[in-house]
Design a binder for this molecule. Sequence first.
Ligand SMILES: [Zn+2]
Length: 225
Amino acid sequence: MNGDKRVIEELRESVCRLHAELVRYDLVAWTAGNISGRVPGADLFVIKPSGVSYDDLTPESIVVCDLSGDLVEGSLAPSSDTAAHAYVYRHMPEVNGVVHTHSTYASAWAARGEPIPCVLTAMADEFGGEIPVGPFALIGGDDIGRGIVETLTGHRSRAVLMRNHGVFTIGESPKAAVKAAVMCEDVARTVHVARQLGAPAPIAPDDVDSLYDRYQNVYGQRSHR
Ligand SMILES: [Zn+2]
């Protein structure tokens, strides 16, 4: 196996810890949802094992896969979404973390196949516009991964609502991808609530641009344009 042993150990630890954030922010039910992280300098990533309860996750239970999605190290089977994560890492070299959830409000938008419109400054800050919808895709092959990559390539949003399914987010680190998943659910809920009493007011495109630019600079994150 290529990849520094200590680097992989540290990544397993941090990815294991980040899974607790999905529970803390109420983004997952039962064993649904998963986080992965690319191993720096190697064609590998670490990911949650399949069907393991969040309470039972340990750094040792996090498995290591190659970029084809095949298990390289670990005693458990990798997440059933591993092929999708692997596809993203193969096609988006700038991505180092991927998160998947079925968080309630965001998945409700996905069930309708409706993008979340940019009607909050927090959305302009984090996503630089609307959160787009990706195609309907069955689990198992490359279809989900291809849908994520095709939807997010050239898009400022790091979150995509996969139609009738749920949320995938990407980030320059696993933590950044988790943040995007938390923020995606937060704005999905707020915009849903706003809809109950009328039509939310859009933000002018110029204002979206300046909010996005300012936020990305203030927080020192790389521009994705
Ligand atoms: Zn799913």
